[in-house]
Design a protein around this ligand. Structure first.
Ligand code: SAH
Ligand code: SF4
Ligand code: F3S
Length: 470
């Protein structure tokens, strides 16, 4: 049993990161024959992409996708630890697994992802939920075949979670959710240690993939017919900083754009590492989507300092204006936390002030959630929950107002939309996104799927638009 340790996860080693190719022992390639799997994914795009890798590995082992969880022989929960409610959802699901296992004792159940990297969570599973068969973390997804093999042949829970950052595994197989859009990891982990955030502990130190490996992956996706790639990392603007080479994110982005793939975007970009050269590159290449997620977190300098974000309200707004100047049609979205320990009414007003200046296209808003082991969890927090909820409500009203305003500008305009799937509400409609990441429902036939078409916007709502092919 290899359990995670919080103290180990906090450490950063100077050792070079090893790069290895994914491999799987031949005798494990039949382990899943005749069995089905179901992977339930929580959390961010990083986790969504990890699940795509997990599914492909399982299929290499002979497992087939189950239609739903109730029928699956193997159920894996790929979990998120970012806030308390993410935790609660997963523990609720683990409770459901217990009932399923009582009815169907032969099923195999597992927990992986960011919660599996938490010492407290693994201890709780061992204490209260030991009917779970396997637990593995974010650093050893490539070892899933061996871990699963043990879990299936030994009559006890198999826990294998590494606390120190993993190697970079190239050539990981992926069963992608979309035929048109693909996630491409460009870096793993995070070294920013924002005081509220658990990610640096669950994902380890920053490790950038090699430039050539990323470009190769993008080219092969393009050759396979993919229209859009999303470059993924917890703060992609810091790409390459750990490699100490002469190139950085702006060079990578430029090289990806030059592959000629129709659409390129990237998430998430920390304002701290956003260089002028990056903005220039975004403005220069038409296939780099004019869409930027630029998390603010707070508009108060005092709170930003307590959060360890390393920018001020002023420098954030300067960056925002620079982007808007060079990429005037850019849609900019953000993340905001309310109720950080000690946040006063004045601090909160500063946040509203930034929202009023930036008029974001949309924003993800959260109430601060203390995470075990992070510095902010130990800060004195005497703001009542009702006050935090009131602030969130007030913030959301403002955010929604500007989201609708931003959408209103599209009315009557003709914009490119990548048609991705049949609309959930109406099977005669296709749904897709503009290059500014606006959701559009379009009356079109299924043979248009996977195409980027010019669409005239006929109606706008707060979170979506309707349109017809121009
Ligand atoms: N790497 C990204 C953020 C990833 S987490 C960045 O730095 O921009 C996504 C969002 O969750 C964060 O931007 C933050 O707004 C929110 N978040 C993270 N930790 C949180 C916590 N402890 N409580 C509430 N919200 C949190
Ligand atoms: Fe968390 Fe900050 Fe890293 Fe984003 S940059 S993942 S908020 S520590
Ligand atoms: Fe959650 Fe882990 Fe992503 S904590 S937000 S799944 S990096």
């Amino acid at each position: 049993m290899l359990k995670p340790h919080l103290d180990e996860a906090k450490k950063r080693t100077r050792s070079l990161v090893k790069i290895e190719n994914f491999k799987m022992a031949r005798d494990l390639k039949t382990l899943g024959l005749g069995k089905t799997y179901y992977v339930k994914t929580y959390g961010c795009q990083m986790n969504v992409h990890d699940s795509e890798n997990i599914k492909a590995i399982l299929e290499m082992m002979g497992f087939k996708a189950a239609l739903d969880m109730e029928q699956a022989d193997l159920i894996l929960l790929n979990t998120c630890a970012i806030r308390e409610n993410a935790h609660n959802k997963v523990f609720g699901m683990i409770g459901r697994l217990k009932h399923m296992k009582e009815k169907r004792p032969n099923i195999i159940t597992g927990v992986c992802g960011c919660m599996a990297q938490e010492e407290v969570v693994v201890n709780e599973i061992l204490d209260k939920y030991s009917f779970i068969d396997l637990v593995f973390g974010t650093h050893n997804i490539n070892e899933l075949p061996e871990i699963l093999n043990k879990a299936m042949h030994e009559n006890k829970i198999e826990v294998n979670v590494k606390s120190i950052e993993g190697d970079i595994i190239e050539n990981m197989p992926a069963k992608r959710d979309s035929k048109y859009k693909a996630f491409v990891n460009i870096m793993y982990g995070c070294d920013k240690f924002c005081t509220y955030c658990i990610v640096p502990y669950t994902r380890g130190k920053q490790r950038s993939r090699r430039f050539g490996d990323i470009i190769r992956e993008v080219k092969s996706l393009k050759d396979a017919g993919y229209k859009e790639v999303t470059l993924l990392g917890q703060n992609v603007n810091a790409y390459g900083k750990d490699l100490n080479l002469e190139y950085d994110m702006s060079d990578l982005l430029e090289e990806v754009a030059k592959t000629g793939i129709e659409r390129v975007r990237f998430v998430t970009s920390h304002p701290w590492d956003f260089t002028d050269k990056m903005i220039e590159v975004i403005g220069k290449y038409p296939n780099i989507m004019p869409y930027i997620h630029l998390p603010l977190q707070s508009g108060s300098d005092r709170i930003l300092k307590l959060m360890g974000r390393r920018y001020t309200k002023k420098s954030y707004l300067e960056l925002f204006n620079k982007i808007k100047k060079t990429v005037p049609n850019a849609s900019i979205t953000t993340d905001i936390i309310v109720g950080f320990p000690g946040e006063t009414e004045e601090d909160f007003e500063e946040t509203l002030d930034v929202v009023n200046v930036c008029r974001y296209d949309s924003a993800f808003t959260f109430i601060f959630s203390p995470r075990e082991g992070t510095p902010a969890a130990k800060m004195k927090d005497d703001i009542p929950l009702e006050v935090k909820e009131e602030r969130l409500h007030k913030l959301n009203e403002l955010v929604n107002k500007y989201a609708k305003e931003a959408n209103n500008k599209y009315l009557g305009k003709v914009v490119p939309v990548l048609l991705e799937n049949v609309s959930e509400k109406d099977s005669n409609m296709l749904a897709g996104y503009t290059d500014t990441m606006k959701l559009v429902n379009v009356k079109a036939s299924k043979d248009m799927l996977g195409k980027i078409v010019e669409v005239k916007i006929t109606d706008v709502k707060t979170w979506s638009m309707d349109g017809e092919i121009a």
